[in-house]
Design a protein around this ligand. Structure first.
Ligand SMILES: Cc1cc2nc3c(=O)[nH]c(=O)nc-3n(C[C@H](O)[C@H](O)[C@H](O)COP(=O)(O)O)c2cc1C
Length: 212
């Protein structure tokens, strides 16, 4: 009995360290270089034709930071209603799904495996490239006490984050392309995969890859 307990304890400790070891420490986001913001607005567009493969960790780090990181003012790179900071970013890579921890600049493993196709319709173009689910936790708006307004606020937050990611992608590297996609058709499935609560809504997917 005693030996079983000790074995279980070791298995627990070992198991935890394995899970933690699979989190990814991102390189620091690259905040210089690229086109200036006005030139980037002049070239921003949606792309839907990509080579197979995820983007680099350096690019991902910069795009996530641009989307909803912390800036030098101590605020987020995108605004949120009443400074609710309701957005969570989930990154779908070939080897697993990760949640972005902006403070630690880390990707925390949610699920191992390739779930990128689940973000798109069957045979969609997003299946073999990086996808970021932009999720609003509407429970953070509960004091608003009006479901329509909560949804509007969440959708607006998601849209700002998405536009920031467009600008990061189109401004930093000519080889990279991106498109924002409305998550409604896949939301139920993706919610299950991510283990989201009712009020955590997947508003958009940001699909990012190397252009063909
Ligand atoms: C809320 C929203 C939802 C969108 N959903 C999709 C989508 O599901 N699939 C897609 O390919 N593009 C989607 N787009 C991208 C638009 O089709 C695209 O922005 C539009 O055609 C204009 O092209 P541009 O971004 O190159 O200017 C969406 C854009 C927005 C703002």
């Amino acid at each position: 009995m005693k030996i079983t307990k000790i074995a279980l304890l070791f298995a627990g400790i070992f198991g935890c360290s394995l899970i933690m070891a699979q989190d990814i420490k991102l390189p620091a986001p690259k905040k210089d270089g690229g086109e200036n913001i006005l030139k980037t607005l002049d070239i921003r567009k949606s792309d839907r034709s990509f080579k197979d493969g995820d983007i680099s960790m350096q690019e991902l780090s910069t795009i996530l930071w641009a989307g909803f990181g912390y800036n030098q003012k101590g605020t987020r790179t995108a605004p949120t209603a009443m400074n609710t900071q309701d957005i969570d970013l989930y990154v779908f890579l070939e080897n697993g799904i990760y949640k972005y921890d902006a403070k630690e600049n880390t990707l925390n493993l949610i699920k191992k495996g390739d779930y990128r196709a689940s973000t798109d319709r069957e045979n969609g173009f997003a299946a073999k490239v990086t996808n970021i689910a932009i999720v609003s936790d509407l429970s953070k708006y509960e004091r608003v006490k009006n479901h329509h307004t909560m949804n509007v606020f969440g959708a607006m937050s998601a849209a700002y984050v998405s536009q920031n990611m467009y600008l990061a992608v189109d401004g930093m590297n000519n080889d990279l392309g991106t498109v924002t996609r409305y998550g409604a058709h896949q939301e139920k499935q993706v919610k299950e995969i991510l283990g989201l609560k009712d009020l955590e809504v997947v508003f958009l997917f940001q699909t990012i890859g190397y252009k063909k």
